[in-house]
Design a protein around this ligand. Structure first.
Ligand code: SF4
Length: 362
């Protein structure tokens, strides 16, 4: 099936016309960098606004929600002589004392990798201790978990910064900083977790949710399905992305996550501590858990205060309080070549996406 079927202008016009006829004034949230990319790249956000529909990006960029403390853990380990391997955008996130990439420039051993397998290969060829900083939601956690179940080099460990997404949705609605009328749920994460974890949210907060794919027509249909529910006063979990997402999710991937990780309370950037939202390695995998293996090197972090870069409003962007362009630093002192916060670094970050497509849209 051609993806261009999902970019058909005529069908898009019909959906937009129907949305306009609904005469709504609503605010939706999505939690996915790929959704934000589709929204902004194709100008859908402008079209939706003309239909009375505002869409905000919530805490859906895994690099962006990783806290300054977690970056400091990785940097401490690098300064302590370990090899720290992680993704390129993770390396570029600036913290209080610079970024992992800055440490690399200073001569510390920081490696950019495409995934955990690359980090293992580095460990196999090295006498040094190698730490993989693992970032991501339920989409990437199964790969980390599957690797942890393998026989691994003794000099390899994982600094898990993985997170469960649904607890953040509960936290957002519980905080109630502003009214959200519906949630566009992410196709990637939902492929793994299925629809069931969202149902409690709909019941508890009477909020409609639609799991949505990433093509422009997917987003138009997802929003149309939400708008229809809102119009009828319904609060169901629906699936627009049926060609990929199953109700039960990916049972194998869920099993491997459950085997390796356990939930614990953790802060998210821009949020207070969110109950049971972090994934930490279970005790039986302590030998590959960087936090257990290097307890001494990481000692004292609990007493440190971690602050955002001055003026950076990533926290407000991640909670949907402001749009990226409302940050006073956007496009002035903060740009992809000189990022002040993670939302400008990560390709899934709202600031980065708005900057990338902003001039073309104008
Ligand atoms: S524009 Fe830059 S400084 Fe402002 S919120 Fe985004 S990343 Fe932070």
């Amino acid at each position: 099936m051609s993806k261009f079927r999902y970019r058909d202008r005529e069908t898009a016009d019909k959906v937009i016309k129907k949305l306009k006829e609904m005469n709504l004034e609503i605010r939706l949230m999505h939690v996915c960098g790929t959704h934000q990319d589709t929204l902004v790249r194709y100008g859908l956000d402008t079209l939706f606004r003309e239909c009375g529909i505002t869409i905000k990006q919530g805490p859906g960029c895994p690099v962006c929600v990783t806290t300054a403390r977690e970056f400091e853990e990785a940097m401490r380990l690098a300064r302590a002589g370990k090899t720290v391997a992680t993704y390129g955008d993770v390396c570029r996130v600036p913290g209080r004392y610079g970024s992992l990439l800055d440490l690399k420039t200073e001569g510390f051993d920081v490696r950019i990798v495409y995934g955990i397998e690359d980090a293992i290969r580095i460990a196999e060829k090295s006498n040094k201790e190698v730490v993989f900083m693992a970032v991501g939601f339920e989409t990437t956690a199964p790969s980390t978990a599957a690797i942890v179940l393998r026989s691994l080099p003794e000099n390899f460990s994982v600094l898990s910064c993985h997170r469960y997404l649904p607890p953040a949705l509960f936290a957002l609605l519980e905080m109630g900083e502003f009214k959200i009328h519906g949630i566009i749920e992410p196709g990637h994460v939902s492929t793994i977790i299925g629809l069931e974890p969202y149902e409690k949210l709909s019941i508890q907060y009477h909020i409609p949710q639609v799991v949505t794919g990433f093509e422009p027509l997917d987003m138009l249909m997802g929003v149309f399905m939400l708008a229809s529910q809102i119009k009828k006063g319904e609060a169901k979990v629906e699936n627009e992305y049926t060609r990929v997402v199953r109700y039960e999710g990916n049972l194998k991937a869920l099993k491997v996550i459950d085997t390796v990780f356990e939930a614990f309370n953790i802060d998210w950037r821009g949020f207070p501590e969110i109950s049971n939202s972090g994934m930490r390695l279970k005790d039986e995998f302590g030998q590959v858990d960087s936090r257990k293996k290097y307890e001494n090197e990481l000692e004292g972090l609990d007493n440190e205060v971690f602050v955002e870069a001055e003026g950076c409003r990533c926290g407000d962007v991640l909670r949907g309080i402001i749009d990226s362009k409302e940050c006073p630093l956007f496009g002035k002192t903060c740009s992809p070549t000189n990022p002040i916060g993670p939302c400008m670094v990560s390709v899934e970050g709202s600031c980065n996406i708005d900057y990338k497509y902003g001039s073309k849209r104008n």
